[in-house]
Design a protein around this ligand. Structure first.
Ligand code: NOJ
Length: 594
């Protein structure tokens, strides 16, 4: 540990000297060589991991069809290594008719030919391993594509062996001549969760789109099938799975109607599209899912020994209302479930509100029974951070602020491709341009779907931002002329340089890697400050200005000593004492207390 700590100081003072000479801030000199430094043991790699979400369709096209592919990801592994990522999570790359771009799986044991082959996948995993980057697969267990052969068979006859793999029910009030209504009132956003199938004259249940029939998890064959599927990918060398929509695996077995959602005056609550909402307590969060998760965890843990050494992780797509909801997804020490259920509480505050961030970071620190939070600020389903947090003037500075919280407030961090260069949400211009037709058409133009956050990665200012030589499946935003990897790579003030510096610090500074958090200056509503402290290592202070005006904070309550700057955003001179830290608009300071 001492060596690492000395190393940290040495790296910083070197960068700091350089930075003074060049007139730039400490540690903003671009990383010169790749690193994977971490004091975490192999078994604990995930506790301080930086996981990078790749949307394969939009990362890099290598065969000139305008669609990203696996070879394109392999091509950029050096870039990812230099950024410092520990693992990449691939959104689904299985064969799929693309009603939901991979989240409608047609075959769980193959690769979508648009993205390549199993051989390309093997090559990607092998090349990633050489760079100490792990590959995490998306596993969609709630539903399949309606073109999956399981469903094709299931809908072919009421007596087919696959019939019970899906959820089939008679219509309500069905007669010999009429199909009746849907079996119950489940659904949302103006649509039913049931679809009539004329061949076998029953309704099937689909929590998501009509092309995504739900699997029947009350049938033990389903669990067995997914145990085999996950083992299949583990043997191919994956480091774990991100379990999609895990909360909706089971439905209330009575299939009774949901009650309407009423406000405190007893009036119906309307959704963002003006439809009356239901309580939606019966389509998900049933306790049975935890038993399945315990089994799944035991299954992957078995791979940690014997022929497949290493530690695999399970990441959960969790939507929790509060920390106690989130806590349930970790399981217990006897019956563990996810190592990393997503904490979307912190990253989706969606406004620059110091108190809200302070509260949620504190909850993640103190109310998860010592489990590791996985912070998430962005993904392929939500507007990027520019829309959710930007003010149109200071967007880059604001994204530095958010990245600082993502990487330095403790736990593991999940980032989304393109965030490191500040890619902007760019929704389709016309309804005819929408590719995410599943969500992007019904409420156009109020809601434009998810294409805006899935545009091609911006590698350079050339043709199609270097993503493809052909017309890309989604248009490249005009902002790519200045927001791109090539432009930012050698700019010490770029967002990319900031991301690299933060990730490097997170990996090599003991207090940031594994320290405990204490919030500082807790009545301040303009600046968020915290201390991280690990035994035997200097404490680190982090201070982040959430406003467009300069601020000064006194963090002498954190302890005595001189400050040694680890990283600061551009502007102003570095402080030397904790009682007087000046911060530029949206400025950030990270320093060791020595
Ligand atoms: C969550 C995924 O992130 C989203 O993209 C998908 O549409 C749904 N689950 C359904 O699989």
């Amino acid at each position: 540990m001492t060596t690492v700590s000395k190393g940290t100081a040495a790296i910083c003072s070197f960068a700091f000297v350089l930075s003074l000479a060049a007139g730039i801030a400490c540690a903003q000199a671009p990383a010169t060589k790749p690193f994977n430094a971490s004091t975490a043991s192999e078994a604990n790699w995930w506790k301080n991991a930086v996981i990078y979400e790749v949307y394969p369709r939009s990362f890099q096209d290598t065969n000139g069809d305008g669609i990203g592919d696996l070879k394109g990801i392999t091509e950029h592994l050096d870039y990812l290594q230099e950024l410092g990522v520990s693992a990449i999570w691939l959104t689904p790359v299985y064969p799929s008719p693309n009603a939901d771009y991979g989240y409608d799986v047609a075959d769980y044991r193959d690769i979508n030919p648009e993205y390549g082959s199993l051989a390309d996948f093997d090559h990607l995993v092998a090349e990633a391993k050489k760079r100490n980057i792990r590959v995490i697969m998306d596993m969609v267990m709630n539903h399949t594509s309606d073109e999956n052969t399981w469903f094709v068979q299931s809908r072919s006859s009421r007596t087919d062996p696959y019939r019970d793999w899906y959820v089939w029910r008679d219509g309500k009030g069905e007669t010999a001549t009429s199909q009746g209504g849907p079996p119950n009132n489940w659904g949302g956003y103006g649509r039913s969760s049931w679809q009539w199938d004329p061949t076998t004259r029953q309704y099937y249940y689909h929590h998501f789109s009509v092309h995504q029939p739900d699997l029947n998890w009350y049938n033990p064959a389903i669990e067995q099938e997914f145990k085999e599927i996950t083992a299949y990918w583990l043997k191919l060398g994956v480091a774990g799975f991100r379990f999609d929509a895990i909360g909706t695996l089971f439905e209330d077995p009575t299939y009774s109607d949901e009650a309407p959602l009423l406000d405190k005056n007893g009036k119906p609550v309307l959704d963002s599209h003006g439809h009356p909402m239901l309580q939606r307590t019966k389509e998900g969060n049933l306790p049975q899912v935890h038993t399945v998760m315990q089994q799944m965890r035991a299954n992957i843990d078995r791979f940690d020994t014997g022929a497949f050494p290493g530690t695999r992780v399970l990441i959960g797509e969790i939507f929790s209302r509060n920390t106690s909801d989130l806590l349930k997804w970790y399981g217990t020490s006897q019956k563990p479930e996810f190592q990393l259920p997503m904490d979307q509480q912190v990253g989706f505050v969606n406004k620059l509100d110091v108190s809200a961030f302070r509260k949620r970071i504190t909850e993640a620190e103190t109310e998860l029974d010592g489990n590791v939070p996985l912070l998430v600020f962005d993904n392929h389903d939500r507007d990027r951070m520019d829309v959710r947090y930007g003010d149109g003037i200071h967007d880059v500075a604001i994204q530095r602020v958010l990245a600082t919280i993502l990487f330095e407030s403790g736990g593991a961090s999940l980032m989304y491709y393109g965030d490191e260069i500040g890619m902007k949400t760019t929704p389709p211009k016309t309804k005819a341009d929408v590719k995410d037709t599943m969500t992007g058409l019904a409420n156009w133009p109020k809601y434009k779907g998810r294409d805006g956050e899935r545009t091609p990665m911006q590698w350079n200012a050339g043709l199609n931002a270097g993503f493809s030589t052909a017309t890309p499946w989604l248009p490249v935003p005009s902002s790519a002329s200045s927001i791109n990897v090539q432009a930012e790579k050698n700019d010490p003030d770029s967002l990319l340089a900031w991301y690299r510096a933060l990730i490097r610090l997170k990996k090599i500074t003991p207090a940031l890697e594994r320290g405990a958090n204490t919030m500082l200056d807790t009545s301040n509503t303009k600046v968020l400050s915290w201390k991280r402290q690990a035994p035997g290592a200097p404490a680190v202070l982090v201070s982040v200005n959430f406003t467009a005006t300069p601020q000064t904070v006194d963090l002498s309550g954190a302890g005595k000593g001189a400050l040694q700057t680890l990283l600061k955003s551009p502007g102003g001179s570095p402080p030397t004492r904790p009682d007087h830290i000046t911060l530029a608009p949206f400025g950030i300071y990270i320093g060791e207390l020595r």
